[in-house]
Design a protein around this ligand. Structure first.
Ligand SMILES: Cc1cc2nc3c(=O)[nH]c(=O)nc-3n(C[C@H](O)[C@H](O)[C@H](O)COP(=O)(O)O)c2cc1C
Ligand SMILES: [Fe+2]
Ligand SMILES: [Fe+2]
Length: 406
């Protein structure tokens, strides 16, 4: 089944009526994997379908085009519900160049053993002439994973945003104006599940779309939105505003140090946090009253507690502060541990234990991977002495913590 959706643009996807297991959920209403063929002078495929349907996908595509004639395969997002049929397609589309972001290209090469293939790495704002149409690319990190981008066809005024603006529904009718049932709730549920953990990135993506003329949004799951496409962008705008958008979030950083290395970490954490617009207060416990600091922590939206390690333990007044925070009712507030160390850094473990016992939502690697797919050891933040690479990580960690606040 191939369906013409615009001048020289065809839907070549797959409707999946199964109850699809995905991200530890069951997609009760199924889904679609929307793939598109632009039949220009340099025929171009945008995204593919799920890895389970590779052969069927290529066989179906052959009804429209000899795969050997395909010049470009654009991969907006590497997750195998979209890039999964790339190996099957690339095997037939022998001369096709694969178009992806820098990180996307690396991941595709490794995942599908495509090191021998020619890739075109695109950056934000780059364009590609496909012989009769022009594609423009916008990097949209974390929507849904870090390497992701959006493709925009200038002549079609059509946006191909992959996971963004998608709906998990086996949309047989394909177009939203033909939808037989209600789908707006499903569209919103999809946003909540897949996009809302990356709210600041949704805001950045919406900024990039400003000024683009958009007649059609052709995402990779569910309906193609050709009726009132602007209303779906407005919905994302509304849903990505926080309930108390106007109130600036605040984070308290508090620490003890022996020789000042942990101070440097605190400063770099603060720098990263401030980049995200979060109000940041920093306390060296040596010069502060523990009760007063505990009070400030109670009033802030998140807390970072740091200590270097001395004989496998915390230093200064950090333990006294952590004891004061027990039973404070600060449950589920994001909190994380940091510190400089020499060879083992036990203080950081003790801080995490105290934070967890007090009921905080401890931000650590498991949390970051599970909630937002960050593939880097940021928290607990352990910096060997005051090594520059560790301090750079501190700045990045501050930024990620700040984004969790917003
Ligand atoms: C007396 C003393 C004891 C230390 N004990 C440990 C230890 O048990 N484990 C460890 O990883 N580092 C240990 N270190 C190394 C410090 O944690 C490291 O020098 C750290 O960078 C100090 O950070 P600060 O300047 O923030 O206090 C020790 C250092 C000193 C001076
Ligand atoms: Fe995805
Ligand atoms: Fe997807």
């Amino acid at each position: 089944m191939n369906i013409k959706i615009n001048e020289k643009v065809f839907w070549i996807g797959k409707v999946d009526n199964r109850k699809v297991p995905f991200h530890r959920l069951i997609l009760e209403k199924g889904t679609t994997y929307n793939s598109y063929l632009l039949m220009t002078d340099k025929p171009t495929v945008i995204d593919t379908v799920d890895i389970a349907f590779g052969k069927e996908y290529v066989d179906n595509l052959k009804e429209l085009i000899n795969p050997e004639d395909i010049e470009y395969i654009v991969i907006n997002h590497v997750e195998p519900d979209h890039a999964g049929a790339l190996p099957a397609l690339a095997a037939r589309a022998k001369k096709a160049k694969i178009v992806a972001t820098g990180l996307g290209s690396q991941l595709l090469k490794d995942m599908f053993k495509l090191h021998h293939r020619e890739f075109i790495v695109v950056k934000d704002g780059d364009t590609l002439d496909i012989g009769g149409k022009t594609l423009k690319f916008f990097e949209t990190p974390y929507l849904h994973t870090e390497e992701t981008m959006i493709t925009y066809s200038i002549e079609d005024k059509a946006l191909f945003p992959c996971d963004i603006f998608s709906t998990h529904i086996a949309a047989e009718e394909l177009f939203n104006d033909l939808a037989k049932g209600e789908y707006l709730e499903d569209f919103k549920v999809y946003y909540q599940l897949i996009m809302s953990p990356h709210r600041p990135y949704v805001r950045a993506m919406l900024e990039k779309l400003k000024g683009l003329e958009i007649d059609m949004i052709a995402p990779s799951h569910g309906y193609i939105l050709r009726q009132a496409p602007g209303s779906f962008i407005e919905l994302y705008d509304e849903m990505s505003k926080t309930s108390d958008n106007t109130r600036q979030k605040s984070v308290t950083i508090v620490f003890s140090t022996m020789t000042g290395n942990t101070t440097k970490i605190a400063q770099r954490l603060a720098k990263g946090l401030e980049e995200t617009g979060v109000k940041t207060s920093v306390f060296n416990l040596k010069n502060a009253d523990v009760t007063e600091v505990a009070e400030v922590i109670r009033e802030s939206d998140g807390v970072l507690v740091g200590s270097s390690t001395k004989y496998a333990d915390m230093v200064g007044k950090v333990e006294e502060l952590l004891k004061a925070l027990q039973g404070s009712g600060d449950t589920k507030k994001p909190a994380a541990a940091f510190g400089s160390y020499g060879w083992s850094g036990e203080a950081i473990i003790h801080i995490e234990d105290y934070l967890a016992k007090a009921g905080y939502r401890v931000i650590n690697q498991n949390y970051l991977v599970g909630a937002i797919g960050v593939d880097e050891q940021l928290f607990p933040l352990r910096v060997k002495f005051d090594r520059e690479e560790g301090l750079n990580t501190a700045e990045k960690a501050g930024k990620v913590f700040g984004e969790l606040m917003n």
